[in-house]
Every structure is written in C-alpha cells, then in structure tokens.
Ligand binder design. Structure first.
Ligand code: B16
Ligand code: MG
Length: 219
C-alpha cells in the first residue's frame, strides 16, 4: 500500500523553474548561445554543472573553457538566480500545493522532498515549508543527479519506505525518469510531450488533489 509522497521543488512547489530559465538564458546570451523554452525543458531537474555542459554543447563551445572557467560561469548563473529568489515568500507557493500537502499529512502519508538544487533549503525556508517535510534530499546528499534514480531512492530510504510504496511528483523529464527508474509511480506536472513517461500528467499544480492522484494510482 501507498506510504509516501516525494515532491520535486523547482517547478512543482514553486515557480523557481522560471528563475532558473531566466538566469541560464542570460548566461547563454552572454556566451552567444541563445536558446528556446523548448531546449530549456532539457535543463529542468538537471544539476548546475550538467546544465552548463548542455548549454555549451548546444553552442559547440564545450571545449572553449577550462574547468575553472566553467565553474566561474556556473557561479555567475547562480548569483543571478540567487538575486531572483531573494524575495520569495509563502505567497509564491504554487496553487493547490498547500492543500495537497495538508491532505497528504492528514491521511498519515509520509512526505519527502527530492531536489538537486543547492539552493533547496533556502527556497524551502523562504516559502515557510521546511518544517512540513519529514525529510529533504538535496544536492549535498547525493552523488548523481536526475535522471539517475539515486535521489528518489535516497528519499525513500530516509523515509524508511519501499520505493514501490512511493509516489513522486515532478515537472521535469529528467525527474520523471529518475522516479520511474526508482520504481515509483510518477505524477507529472507540465506538458504531455515533455513528460510522456509519467504515469499521469496534469497541466498545472491547480489540478493536483489527493483524490485525483489516488484515482490514477489505484487504476
Ligand atoms: P542549483 P529540482 C533543479 O531543482 C532545477 O530543476 C534545475 O533547473 C537546477 O539546475 C538544479 O536544481 C540545480 O540547482 O543551481 O540551485 O544547485 O527541480 O530538482 O528541485
Ligand atoms: Mg523541477
């Protein structure tokens, strides 16, 4: 039987996915590598350095920079991102999420977070949600980011539940891959085409409710 829900952060709990996009796009433009929202789907859920590598590869510039220069580029992106999240408050929790968290806890399910972001704790703190989650797995705890299943498997382990008794919620293709390879039921929030591997897809967080998810899960 179902025991736990494991949430992604950026793009599910709050719209920081948009801020990651704006910060990467600015860096890309500076490097002469403009990119589309469609390409950005490939960056969602992907770690900071892996995202940079994907952008450099898009512009065939992956061999133009030393490791130290790449780290400086990644830091520049992060400083921009940190400025964008500076004023985040509980008002920035996406519609439907607070109620879903309340319902999950009322029913006695365990609640975990799986975010590869090094800024996850800061964002959760600003949203006033840090205390709501039984466990938070972020970049510091894991060796391999999404799409590797490690992060969702680590979350299940810390929650002390079997992966098959978990539902993962994601807005990124890399995140859905991570959930599925961990052996969990995947709820996708976003477009059908980018999240095709999810077990059920909702176009926005507003449509998420425990009843809806359970109906799909029990099918
Ligand atoms: P940072 P998630 C991911 O967070 C984001 O989706 C992704 O866009 C970002 O590059 C990654 O975190 C690393 O974030 O640069 O703050 O360490 O979706 O797993 O919550
Ligand atoms: Mg995400």
């Amino acid at each position: 039987p179902l025991q736990a829900f494991i949430f992604d952060l950026d793009g599910v709990i709050t719209d920081t996915a948009e801020y990651h996009y704006l910060a990467w796009r600015a860096l890309g433009e500076e490097l002469g590598i403009p990119f589309t929202r469609e390409f950005n789907e490939e960056l969602k859920g992907v770690s900071r350095m892996d995202s940079l590598e994907k952008i450099l590869a898009l512009g065939s510039r992956e061999n133009d920079f030393s490791l130290i220069e790449k780290e400086a580029l990644a830091t520049k992106k992060n400083e921009h991102y940190v400025r964008l999240i500076a004023n985040i408050s509980p008002d920035d929790i996406l519609p439907g999420i607070k109620d879903l968290i309340t319902e999950i806890k009322e029913k006695g399910y365990r609640l975990g977070m799986a975010s590869v972001s090094k800024n996850a704790f800061t964002v959760m703190d600003s949203l006033g949600l840090k205390g709501e989650f039984d466990i938070i797995v972020d970049a510091a705890t894991i060796a391999k980011g999404k799409p590797d299943p490690e992060i969702f498997l680590t979350a299940a382990k810390l929650l002390n539940v079997d992966p098959s008794a978990c539902i993962g919620i994601e807005d990124a293709a890399a995140g859905v891959d991570s959930i599925k390879d961990a052996g969990m039921f995947a709820v996708g929030v976003g477009s059908e085409e980018s999240l095709a591997k999810a077990d059920i897809i909702y176009s926005s967080t507003e449509q998420l409710s425990l009843a809806n998810i359970m109906k799909a899960y029990q099918k």
